[in-house]
Design a protein. Structure first.
Length: 121
C-alpha cells in the first residue's frame, strides 16, 4: 500500500512537471542550424547575432562586446525557456524593434526542441 502511494505520488509529480511538448535536444541541435548562420555557441564569438553560449539564465543584451538594439537593451528580459520560446517564435512581438531579422520558428515543437538544446549548452 505504501509503495502504491509513493508510486502514485511520483507519477503525479512527473505528470505535473512534464511540459506540454516533450522536448528533444538532439533534434533541437539539428534545428539550431537555422540560428547558427547568425549565432555561435562559443563564448565571445559574435557573428551577426550575439554568442548564445550559456544564454539560459542570462539577462537580455548582457554581452559587453555586442552592439544590441536599443529595444533589446531596454527589454528588461532574462532568457529562460519561456522568454526564449516567445522570442524565437515571434521576436518582434516580444521585443518590438529588435534587430534580429528572423521570421521566427513557426512550429511549436521545433521551437521547444531548439530551446531544450540551448539549455544543454
Ligand atoms: C539573421 C540573423 C539571425 C538569425 C537567423 C537568428 N538570430 Fe538571434 N539575434 C540576431 C541579432 C542581430 C540579435 C540581436 C538583437 C537585438 O539586439 O535586438 C539576436 C539576438 C538573439 C537573442 C538575444 C541574445 C542576448 O544576448 O540578449 C537570442 C536569445 C537569440 N537571438 C536567439 C536566436 C535563436 C534561438 C535563433 C534560431 C531559432 C536565432 N536567434 C536566429 C540575429 C539572428
Amino acid at each position: 500500500m505504501k509503495a502504491t502511494i509513493s508510486i502514485m505520488a511520483t507519477a503525479i509529480v512527473l505528470a505535473s512537471g512534464t511540459p506540454i511538448l516533450a522536448q528533444d535536444a538532439a533534434r533541437g541541435e539539428d534545428l539550431f542550424q537555422v540560428c547558427a548562420a547568425c549565432h555561435s555557441l562559443t563564448a565571445g564569438e559574435n557573428i551577426i547575432g550575439p554568442s548564445l553560449a550559456g544564454v539560459i539564465g542570462r539577462p537580455a543584451a548582457d554581452l559587453a562586446d555586442f552592439e544590441y538594439s536599443d529595444a533589446m537593451k531596454g527589454s528588461g528580459l532574462t532568457w529562460d525557456e519561456e522568454t526564449l520560446l516567445l522570442y524565437i517564435a515571434e521576436a518582434q512581438v516580444l521585443v518590438p524593434d529588435t534587430s534580429m531579422a528572423f521570421p521566427g520558428v513557426g512550429d511549436a515543437q521545433d521551437a521547444a526542441d531548439i530551446v531544450e538544446f540551448l539549455a544543454t549548452q
